[in-house]
Each structure stands twice: as structure tokens, then as C-alpha cells.
Design a protein around this ligand. Structure first.
Ligand code: PGA
Length: 250
């Protein structure tokens, strides 16, 4: 059976010290075994320290990006192998902020996914439409293209290692959450595409997270949907108590 996952995406927030403090707060709030996997997506420079801080807990750590090249003369870049060597197990790829502000195309993301898998990192691969696409009713085609161009090239064994996150761009950081019905519709559509490509068993085993203004108040109604297997949480993951409330909603 597929995993339920609640993942935080800290984005470009917290100094190293604040980040370690936040990770420890989350760890200390988890007094009982949670009923989902918990992942903290943190800035590169925090990775090794946060891995250390959450040792002995059920929390996994994720990077928020990795390079599309293996190694070499790429000043300032961080490779998948470097991320893995910190003890991190996941990497968020294809986030709409990376696509929009750093020109990450479907082709670049395809390379990143391959390098992540080659280096034993599990990609949390983000897909989703912008507001104009939703208004034009083209959200399904947009998401289908993103999948076809960046991850449907994978073998079914490799595809089985990835987690998907449906993040409607109009809902990210806007306070404008998708309704539970909109989320369920899209998640079911995505699972159907996976079933067509890889078969029903792979589709049933793929965790599909929802992201976009998911918070302590609306998490339970989003997670109650059959095809919503958890969340990718931005703003609300920066406060340990809010993040814990979302974990409890799963
Ligand atoms: P948000 O961000 O929860 O702040 O909307 C979600 C994300 O970007 O992953």
C-alpha cells in the first residue's frame, strides 16, 4: 500500500540555527508514532545539521533542489550525490518556484529526476497548473504534459520510487486552497494517467501529495479524499505546532 506523507518545504527561510531549532521542535512534538511519514524539506546548507538533529526520530530529510549535472565545473551548484551524502533521503524537484523563477524546463527536470534516482534519492516531483490554465480549463493537459516530459520516461521500477505532489500554482502561498473536490478530481486523474502508463498496481502504490495553502484548518478535509495521500506544506511548515497539527490531520 502507498505511504501517507506529510512533507514540509521550508523554501528560503530560517538561518542554520533557526532551522535546527525548528527541526528539534518538530521532533519533540512527535511523542507518539505518527500515522504517516514525515519529511522536512530544508535549504542545502541545513541538510547535514537537520539530519543530525532528527536522528532517532521517524523524520526524513529532503533537499529542495539538486543540480541537473553529475559533478564538475558548475560553480555554486549542489549535486544529487552531495545531497545524498548528508543523509538526506528525498529531494523536491519541479517546484513551481523553480520552474518560474529559475527557468527549470521539463527537460532539465527530467535530468534532475534521473540523477536523483541514480544517487538513491527519492524525488518529490511537483506538478500543477497556473491560474490562467485553470481558468481556461486546461489543467489536466498541463499536468499530463509535465508528467510525460519529465517522469513517464522512467522504468516502472524507478517510477515506483518517486512521490508526486500536485500543487496548483494559484494556491501556493496565496491562502487560496484548492477545494477538496478539486484536489480529489486532479489526484484521481493523475492516478489514472499512471495506471494507463504503468498499470494499476504501480498507480495504487504511488503517493500523491497535495500542496498549496494547506494548513492546520483545511488539512483534514483535503486528506480525507481517497486519492490525496498527504501534503507538501510551505508556510505552515515553518511553525512546529501548525506542522504537527497537519501531521495529526493525516
Ligand atoms: P504553501 O506552499 O503551503 O505556502 O502554499 C506550498 C509549496 O510551495 O510547496
Amino acid at each position: 500500500m502507498r505511504k501517507n506523507i506529510v512533507a514540509g518545504n521550508w523554501k528560503m527561510n530560517t538561518t542554520l540555527q533557526q532551522g535546527v531549532e525548528l527541526a528539534l521542535e518538530v521532533k519533540n512534538l512527535l511523542t507518539e508514532k505518527p500515522n504517516c511519514e514525515i519529511v522536512l524539506g530544508v535549504p542545502f546548507v541545513h541538510l547535514a545539521s537537520v539530519v543530525d538533529a532528527v536522528k532517532g526520530s521517524s523524520i526524513s530529510v529532503s533537499a529542495e533542489n539538486c543540480a541537473d549535472k553529475e559533478s564538475g565545473a558548475y560553480t555554486g551548484e549542489v549535486s544529487a550525490a552531495m545531497v545524498r551524502s548528508t543523509g538526506a533521503q528525498y529531494v523536491i524537484l519541479g517546484h513551481s518556484e523553480r520552474r518560474a523563477y529559475y527557468s527549470e524546463t521539463n527537460d532539465i527536470l527530467k535530468e534532475k529526476v534521473l540523477l536523483a534516482l541514480k544517487n538513491d534519492l527519492k524525488p518529490i516531483f511537483c506538478i500543477g497548473e497556473v491560474k490562467a490554465e485553470r481558468e481556461a480549463g486546461t489543467q489536466n493537459e498541463v499536468v499530463k504534459t509535465q508528467l510525460e516530459k519529465s517522469v513517464f520516461n522512467l522504468s516502472s521500477e524507478d517510477f515506483g520510487k518517486i512521490v508526486l505532489a500536485y500543487e496548483p500554482v494559484w494556491a501556493i502561498g496565496t491562502g487560496l486552497t484548492a477545494t477538496p473536490e478539486q484536489a480529489q478530481q486532479m489526484h484521481a486523474y493523475i492516478r489514472g494517467l499512471i495506471a494507463e502508463k504503468y498499470g494499476k498496481a504501480v498507480a495504487e502504490n504511488t503517493s500523491i501529495l497535495y500542496g498549496g495553502s494547506c494548513n492546520a484548518q483545511n488539512a483534514a478535509s483535503l486528506f480525507a479524499n481517497a486519492d490525496v495521500d498527504g501534503g507538501l506544506i510551505g508556510g505552515a511548515s515553518l511553525k512546529a505546532a501548525d506542522f504537527k497539527a497537519i501531521i495529526d490531520a493525516r
